[in-house]
Ligand binder design. Structure first.
Ligand code: TXA
Ligand code: MG
Length: 329
């Protein structure tokens, strides 16, 4: 199917082109070290509206605003010492901080909340784009709402290509899962709202239970934490880490963390990592699930990861992907 969307290599003239599109109010797909984002001018309501429209995202789910530096971010949110300490340790990087807003960022971006989620990303292509602009970029993951997040430019092109003009190609995303989100509105009571590449241990924050919202009404209290999210069209069933899947039909696929014993090998067996390292499992997770979603299996049986480090984020995304559409399990 032909559409207008171009996958652009990150040459300076293409960065200039995308910067111009963004200045004109358009939205553009951008690579980040976590997942691909769908970026628009965070200070322009009509651009922000285009982001929600392109994704089919409900207006109650607030966006993350990306800056080139902490100094730029300080103009829009109230920092505290705890936030400065984490920013100094992890920015640029895969950490998003929720802080009180100063009033410059519209209610459309924040879904009416009195806080803004802010991040200084580390991906060199995204940084080069931000540095060309005199406004910050609002960017949710560049997937249709509820679907698996994109970790390749091709994923963005194939799912949103009929709604956007361009996606900058920054290669496969390093981490493969979205940023860790920490609520620091109260610096004494930090809360991890979404597990991600930066672990609770690295943050030195006692991990609280990740909030779960089961309906649109409760989503407002814990935005983005809808039980059912990140779902491929093919149903997913999870099995425990270190177990074998059994009773698998030929029409179904099995996804292990690492290559299974040869006795288990068959054409419908897949694995996320050669090394078994959690970083490689996370890096490949959404990529393999999207690939298998197009392979006509009737069900994917996926092994849970070890519940440590970035494995916590992998298991969080897997649980939501496996939750029944519209259900509350
Ligand atoms: O890695 C990432 O964070 C990627 C890249 C593109 O930066 N972005 C991303 O955005 O994952 P998105 O829209 O898929 O998830 C943003 C989530 C919201 O769903 C919500 O959970 C949380 O960020 N959020 C945004 N603003 C918030 C706020 N003011 N308070 C609490 N949570 C907020
Ligand atoms: Mg998302």
């Amino acid at each position: 199917m032909s559409h207008a969307c171009k996958i652009l290599s990150p040459r300076p003239e293409n960065l200039d082109l995308c910067a111009n599109l963004l200045r004109d109010g358009a939205v553009v797909g951008v690579p980040t070290e976590t997942v691909y984002g769908l970026a628009g001018n965070a200070l322009c309501e009509s651009s922000v509206r285009k982001i929600f429209e392109a994704k089919g995202r409900p207006l109650i789910d607030p966006l993350i605003v990306h800056f080139s530096s902490i100094e730029k971010a300080e103009a829009h949110v109230e920092f505290n010492d705890h936030a400065r300490e984490l920013a100094a340790r992890f920015w640029p990087g895969a950490l998003t901080l929720v802080l009180p807003k100063k009033g410059t960022i519209s209610d459309l971006v924040t879904a009416g909340l009195a806080s803004v989620a802010v991040r200084v990303p580390g991906h060199p292509v995204f940084r080069a784009l931000l540095e060309r602009l005199d406004f910050p970029l609002a960017a949710p993951s560049a997937n249709p709402f509820g679907y698996v997040s994109p970790t390749l430019a091709e994923h963005v092109e194939s799912t949103l290509g009929n709604r956007i003009l361009a996606v900058l190609d920054g290669g496969a995303c390093e981490y493969g899962v979205e940023s860790t989100i920490v609520d620091l509105r109260n610096p004494d009571v930090p809360k991890i709202l979404r597990p991600g590449p930066i672990s609770a241990k690295a943050l030195r924050i006692q991990n609280t239970d990740t909030p779960t919202a089961t309906s649109d009404e409760t989503a407002q209290a814990a935005p983005g934490m809808l039980t059912q999210h990140y779902s491929p069209n093919t149903s997913i069933t999870l099995f425990a880490h270190g177990e074998q899947a059994d009773g698998i039909q030929e029409s179904e696929a099995v996804v292990y963390n690492t290559k299974p014993a040869t006795s288990e090998l068959a054409a419908n067996r897949f694995w996320l990592s050669e090394s078994g390292e959690l970083s490689e499992i996370a890096h490949n997770l959404f990529m393999l699930i999207q690939k298998l979603d197009h392979a006509n299996y009737t069900r994917l049986h996926v092994e849970r990861a070890e519940d440590a480090g970035i494995g916590v984020a992998v298991n969080d995304r897997l649980s939501r992907a496996a939750a029944k559409r519209g259900g509350s399990s």
